[in-house]
Design a protein around this ligand. Structure first.
Ligand code: NAD
Length: 411
């Protein structure tokens, strides 16, 4: 199944629980708008580069379209469509007043200079400018994009429409960003697993974690989990993995990554391949990099009790079925990594009100959102009967989007 088919497979489980009139499926599944743009830029050496960019706006019945922007060579329309749909359900589940969208450019950003990346980002902004805006569609960082990229979008958009910091979130703190946004997704993941473990009479402290991906989400998750006593026994990035069954010294690892650009060859660790890392023994496996890394090929070998979906769409439908049969609890992406969009919402609220919250205020409100989403999810699971956490999460989110759609009417 493709990523979009996988998302729809999971959505179908939510529809089945709710026993909704079939007309809602067409209504709620179909994306609202899909943009495909050609991005022709001049390279530093005078040659011409041509890239394809996408923005898919899935649903805006609960508020403006909202979702990240990814730079990756494997970006395609199916993946962006899937990620846009996931955003609709994520914003509904976590209770922020947005719909769902996603964007991407098919590019290997490591092959471009900073100037080329800037030209590419500004060209993309120009091509989609009339379809985005603080009350319309608000991009944010995702894989291989960051505060720098968001600043270029903010600047390019503002050249056309005037000062508009709320057009993107995930901006640097000194350029209308929010304190706490950079760590928000990792912090939210920690709140999610803490609530799930506590409900089962367990604790983060003393539990063992294996984490794939040491970028924004993975590295902040590891830092914060380590601070509260979690034992992180293996981590990886695109260049390879490392392990230490006694637990890695995360603050030292962060310094090592800052110096060398990768987790590999961290003193006091053994190498482990990305494939072996996913089946290494642990309490909680945390995929925090790409989609579809847990498949029918490796799901039966996964040696964890919980899977915390820090990445978007890390499990294929087949893998998810295997985990359900094996009693491995998957904490679905639309709940697990919703901390990012939650603090993006806080950033947008601060931008629109010209206010600045303290980091404590941001983190406190983030915790409230994650805890109350978990409570609603646990209640839904109890009322829906025998279903996975993912199916319950989709059902709850569908219910909320359906209600907004019903109230607004079809026109
Ligand atoms: P990032 O670019 O900061 O980091 C990605 C990490 O994954 C890097 O360490 C990279 O080396 C690693 N990686 C890439 N390819 C890999 C491979 N083949 N094997 C192992 N590791 C690999 O990206 P991010 O923002 O941390 O996003 C990671 C995931 O989290 C994505 O699925 C993204 O959609 C999701 N997510 C991000 C946010 C956010 O706020 N940034 C919010 C919600 C969800």
């Amino acid at each position: 199944m493709t990523p979009y088919q996988t998302t729809n497979y999971f959505l179908e489980q939510g529809f089945e629980i709710l026993k909704l009139d079939p007309r809602y499926k067409t209504l709620l599944v179909t994306p609202s708008r899909e943009l495909r743009v050609e991005l022709v830029i001049e390279n530093d050496d005078g040659s011409i580069g041509n890239y394809i960019g996408y923005r898919v706006q899935h649903d805006n019945s609960r508020g403006p379209f909202k979702g990240g922007l990814r730079y990756h060579p494997e970006v395609d329309i199916d993946e962006v469509r899937s990620l846009a749909s996931l955003m609709t359900w994520k914003t509904a589940l976590i209770g922020v007043p947005y719909g769902g969208a996603k964007g991407g450019i098919q590019v290997d950003p490591y092959k471009l200079s900073q100037r080329e990346l800037e030209r590419l980002t500004r060209r993309f902004t120009d091509q989609i400018a009339e379809f985005i805006g603080p009350e319309t569609d608000i991009p944010a960082p995702d894989m291989n994009t960051n505060g720098r990229v968001m600043s270029w979008i903010f600047d390019q958009y503002s050249r056309r429409y005037g000062f508009n910091p709320g057009v993107v979130t995930g901006k640097p703190v000194d350029l209308h960003g929010s304190l706490g946004r950079e760590a928000a997704t990792g912090r939210g993941c920690l709140f999610a697993i803490r609530e799930v473990l506590n409900a089962a009479g367990k604790n983060v402290s003393g539990s063992t974690f294996v984490v794939q991906g040491f970028g924004n989400v993975g590295s902040f998750f590891c830092r914060l989990a380590h601070e509260v006593g979690a034992k992180i026994t293996a981590v990886s990035d695109v260049r390879g993995g490392i392990q230490n069954t006694n637990g890695l010294d995360i603050p030292k690892l962060v310094e090592h990554v800052q110096k060398t650009g990768s987790v590999v060859e961290f003193p006091g660790s053994e190498p482990i391949s990305n494939a072996d890392l996913l089946t290494a023994p642990c309490d909680v496996l945390v995929p925090a990099a790409l989609g579809h890394v847990l498949t029918s090929d490796n799901a039966s070998k996964v040696n964890a009790k919980y899977i915390l979906e820090a990445a978007n769409g890390p499990c294929t439908a087949e893998a998810d079925d295997i985990f359900n049969q094996r009693g491995i609890v998957c904490i679905p992406d639309i709940f697990a990594n919703a901390g990012g969009v939650t603090v993006s919402y806080f950033e947008w609220v601060q931008n629109t009100q010209h206010l600045k919250w303290t980091e404590d205020e941001v983190n406190r409100r983030l915790e409230e959102h994650m805890v109350s989403a978990h409570k609603a999810l646990a209640k839904a699971m109890a009322s829906y009967g025998d279903c996975s956490m993912r199916a319950a999460a989709f059902a709850l989110a569908i219910q909320r989007v359906k209600e907004a759609t019903d109230m607004r009417g079809l026109g």
